[in-house]
Structure formats: C-alpha cells, structure tokens
Design a protein around this ligand. Structure first.
Ligand SMILES: NC(=O)c1ccc[n+]([C@@H]2O[C@H](COP(=O)([O-])OP(=O)(O)OC[C@H]3O[C@@H](n4cnc5c(N)ncnc54)[C@H](O)[C@@H]3O)[C@@H](O)[C@H]2O)c1
Length: 258
C-alpha cells in the first residue's frame, strides 16, 4: 500500500502556474494586488506608465511599461507577456485617475483624459487580451471600478461616469466571451487609503474634514486598506469565484448600503 497520499504536499498557491497582468501596479491598489498574486504563485507582469522596475524586482515580478490609453503600447504589453511568460491567464484592469470637479469646472481635455485612462484603457486591455485568452481556452478579467460607479457623489462627475461605464463594459464583455471560458467581473472598492484618495483630500479646502466625512460615510467608520482590496481581487482572479461572471463585488465598508 502506498503512503504517498499521506505525505505532506508542497502547498500550491491559488494562482500557481498562471500569468497575471496588473495595470497601474507601481503603487496603491495595483501594487497590493501584484504583491498578493505573486505570493499566491502567479507570474506577475506589473505594468504602469511610470517605471515600476524596482517594485517588480522586489516582488520577483516583471515590469512592462505601458500607458493603458495607448493602443500600440497595450498591444505590445499583451504580446510581450504572451511570448515571454505565456498567458495572460489573468488581467487586472486597475490603472485609473481621478480629479474632483463638477461638469462646469471640467474642461473637455480633462474629461477626455480621464475617460481615456479609466474607460478606454479597460476597453483596450480587454480587447487585446481576450483573443489570447480565447486561444488558451479561457481566462479571468478583473476590472477595478468603484463604489462611485454604483452611486453618484458631489464634484466627481467624470470619475462617476467612467466607473459606471466600467461596470457596464464588464457585464457586456462577460456576456460576449463566456462561451470562450472567460470570466469578467468588476470590483467596486469604496474609499481606500492610497495616494489617489490622498490627492483628492489634499485638493479640497479642508483635507482633514473631508477625510473624516469619508470615514463617517462608511458603516465601518474607516477607510479601506489596499490589502483588503487585494484579497477581493484574489478571490475574483482565482477558482474560488468559478461561478461568478458579469458581477460586481462591492467592498466599500458599507458606503452604498444607505
Ligand atoms: N483609492 C480609492 O479610494 C479607490 C476607490 C475605488 C476605486 N479605486 C480605483 O482603483 C484603481 C487604483 O487606484 P489607486 O487608489 O491605487 O490609485 P493610485 O493613484 O495610487 O495608483 C494608480 C496607478 O495607476 C498608474 N496609472 C495612471 N495612469 C495610467 C495610465 N494611463 N497607464 C498605466 N498606468 C497608469 C499610476 O502611475 C499609478 O501607479 C483606480 O482605477 C481607481 O479609480 C480607487
């Protein structure tokens, strides 16, 4: 009788053997997601418009520069990933920007720039990743939307519009590519303590007052942490969520419950 099955097996990570591309990975949520995925055994390609070579090296990951709003750069990112590491098996569309303005104060250039990163960027990355995933028999896409894609808020009109678009793009893409074995879900974080949110606070007349207001608007009375978003992204990227597609996972401390 063999006792092989009684021997302790080396524990495989939840993403072992998979190649994951994470956009906007130099800092904030993207960096936390890249770190968690690397710890779970994935070959992680960290992409950003800013050089994140040092951050990638620290995680044992790989850095490929790309501006998600530029089609040629996105094509090159996915082609390089496929040729060098295989995949991608997982794509996390995380790169995003925010500014706090009403539509009256938003210039057409500012509107176009925000949409080109937050919405066109997700479109381009999906468009050039889906064929590779289809050829491999499937894959997983996680789009980082926002609670501000579900509800509105004062003074962030363009951002709300872009994130609402990401949620709808997620559903439509999930419908179109389910038969190819591709799952597409959106993750809607509430306010999370990162540089993006800090810059929104600092641009206001009363940064500390605004921070306190944001904390109070959650049911949990605090900002979320990047590692909490990374846990949710891992759930969506892994087989743990194998029956989920076209859905939103809301992780907002209760912001949208009222
Ligand atoms: N922090 C929050 O409270 C919060 C809440 C909900 C959703 N989000 C979303 O999560 C994502 C990450 O946010 P964060 O708080 O970590 O932001 P962040 O500003 O800390 O990091 C964003 C990263 O994206 C990169 N980036 C910007 N433009 C890019 C482009 N054109 N191409 C490639 N990379 C680009 C930046 O260089 C940066 O490294 C964004 O999509 C954001 O809208 C954040």
């Amino acid at each position: 009788m063999s006792h092989d099955n009684l021997r302790p097996q080396p524990s495989a990570g939840q993403l072992t053997g998979r190649t994951a591309v994470v956009t906007g990975a130099k800092q904030g949520l993207g960096l936390a997601i890249a770190e968690r995925f690397a710890r779970e055994g994935a070959t992680v390609v960290m992409s950003d418009v800013v050089d994140a070579g040092a951050e990638a090296a620290e995680l044992g990951a790989h850095f490929v520069a790309a501006d998600v709003s530029d089609e040629e750069q996105v094509k090159a990112l996915i082609a390089h990933t496929a040729a060098t590491f295989g995949g991608p098996d997982v794509l996390v569309n995380n790169a995003g920007i925010e500014f706090a303005k009403t539509i009256l104060d938003t210039t057409v250039d500012e509107w176009d720039r925000l949409m080109s990163v937050n919405l066109r960027g997700v479109f381009l990355c999906c468009k050039h990743t889906v064929p590779a995933m289809t050829a491999r028999g499937g894959g997983v896409i996680v789009n980082i939307a926002s609670e501000l894609g579900l509800v509105g808020d004062a003074g962030v009109a363009a951002y709300c519009a872009s994130k609402g678009g990401v949620i709808q793009l997620t559903k439509a893409t999930a419908i179109d590519h389910a038969k190819a074995g591709i799952r597409v879900n959106a993750l809607c974080p509430g306010p999370i303590s990162t540089q993006l949110l800090e810059e929104v606070f600092q641009a206001s007349d009363d940064p500390e007052g605004m921070r306190a207001t944001f904390e109070e608007r959650t049911l949990l009375g605090r900002l979320g942490r990047p590692d909490e978003v990374a846990s949710a992204a891992l759930f969506l990227a892994s087989d743990q969520s194998s029956n989920m597609t076209g859905a939103n996972l809301v992780l907002d401390g209760g912001w949208t419950a009222r």
